[in-house]
Design a protein. Structure first.
Lengths: 121, 243
């Protein structure tokens, strides 16, 4: 029996692989950035899936989850806090990559990574 | 072709690693030690209904301060990288900037109606961060999406960089200031018990968490907006730069 967490985790791994393959094969800088974002999202999904537990609910104490039952009713809050951090940092990284891509395009008038040969040997 | 084959092989190898992880994965049936502590102690110590918020703002508050700093640095670098060469080009480009066709009435009115509502939703999300699945980062992103709508409706729109800078530095300073007050008046840096903890589940509860998360929301919103503004202002001005 495949659980929800395992399905989500498999989907996350597939996203990471798509991003990995895309980053290796694409030559357009913008497509590479999209690939990195895909892989990033995959990592987030895997992390959230690790914290999921069958039959439990979100770690928010309210009428549905009284404080006394919290131990048996909520899922692990730590991966969620981690992913919140990871999403924000990922956004900062993506913005930086886009800024550098814009700058490179302004300088070279192309986004093709194969034409940027300064560091090639 | 050979490169593509190598990439495919590498991807398959990594995929095999992932597959072995996935097959061997056994979900926990009980909370682990750390999670158990947070689940048991949050209501009593922090008074926040949302345990994730309690972790982010108070238990691991220092990490969040670092995270906001990372975001600030990346916004600053985006501004710095894109600003090079813009100052010189600004003056001659002002004239052709105005020649773009005006946006349609529907688009501009629609964006003007929607933006205040989006801002309101963003503020709601970060003010209620300790009660609902929201918080400063999410609310800040929503606020910045309102700015994005304005930019999409009118790509030549100029945001006030001064306002963004003032908002961002002020909220950052207040965030650190509240943290230092925690050292002086409560249990430690970023301790939330500066204000009374109150009743679990009410808006004015959980000590200074709503205040800190609102400041984070303002700061994140300002940072994202400044990134958007830097990226959008670059389009037309950089074309004249030659290698």
């Amino acid at each position: 029996m495949i659980s929800l967490a395992q399905m989500a985790m498999a989907a996350g791994f597939v996203l990471i692989l798509i991003g990995f393959y895309g980053a290796l094969t694409q030559r357009n800088l913008l497509r590479m950035i999209v690939a990195f974002s895909l892989a990033n999202t995959g990592v987030h999904i895997v992390l959230v899936a690790v914290g999921h537990m069958r039959g439990r609910t979100a770690p928010i104490l309210d009428a549905a989850v009284p404080v006394a039952d919290a131990l048996t009713r909520v899922i692990d809050p730590v991966p969620q806090a981690l992913v919140l951090t990871a999403i924000v940092i990922g956004l900062g990284v993506t913005a930086l990559m886009l800024a550098y891509a814009l700058k490179l395009h302004a300088r070279k008038h192309t986004l093709d990574i194969a034409k940027m040969t300064e560091l090639k040997w | 072709m050979i490169k593509r084959a190598i990439a495919l092989l590498l991807t398959l190898a990594v995929g095999a690693l992932f597959a072995s992880l996935l097959v061997g994965y056994v979900p926990d049936s009980e909370l682990n030690h750390t999670a158990r502590y947070y689940a048991e102690r949050t209501a009593e110590d922090i008074g926040a209904a949302n345990i994730v918020t309690a972790i982010i703002v108070t238990y691991r508050g220092l990490d969040t301060l670092g995270e906001v700093t990372v975001l600030f640095i990346s916004a600053a670098i985006v501004g710095l990288v894109l600003a090079q060469g813009r100052v010189l080009n600004n003056a001659p480009n002002n004239a052709p900037r105005q020649t773009r066709a005006p946006v349609s009435e529907l688009l501009s009115t629609g964006s003007r109606v929607l933006t205040p509502l989006i801002l309101l939703l963003g503020v709601y999300v970060f003010v209620n961060g300790h009660l609902t699945p929201g918080g400063g980062f999410q609310g800040g992103a929503i606020v910045a999406s309102g700015m994005l709508l304005l930019l999409l409706a009118d790509p030549l729109k100029q945001f006030s960089h001064r306002l963004i800078a003032v908002l961002e530095s002020l909220s950052g300073l207040l965030f650190v200031g509240i943290g230092v007050l925690g050292v002086l008046l409560a249990g430690g840096f970023l301790d939330n018990r500066l204000l009374p903890i109150g009743t679990l589940g009410e808006l004015f509860s959980a000590g200074v968490i709503p205040v800190i998360y609102s400041l984070i929301g303002l700061k994140v919103g300002a940072e994202f907006s400044s990134m958007l503004a830097s990226l959008s202002e670059t389009n037309h001005t950089e074309n004249s730069e030659e290698t």
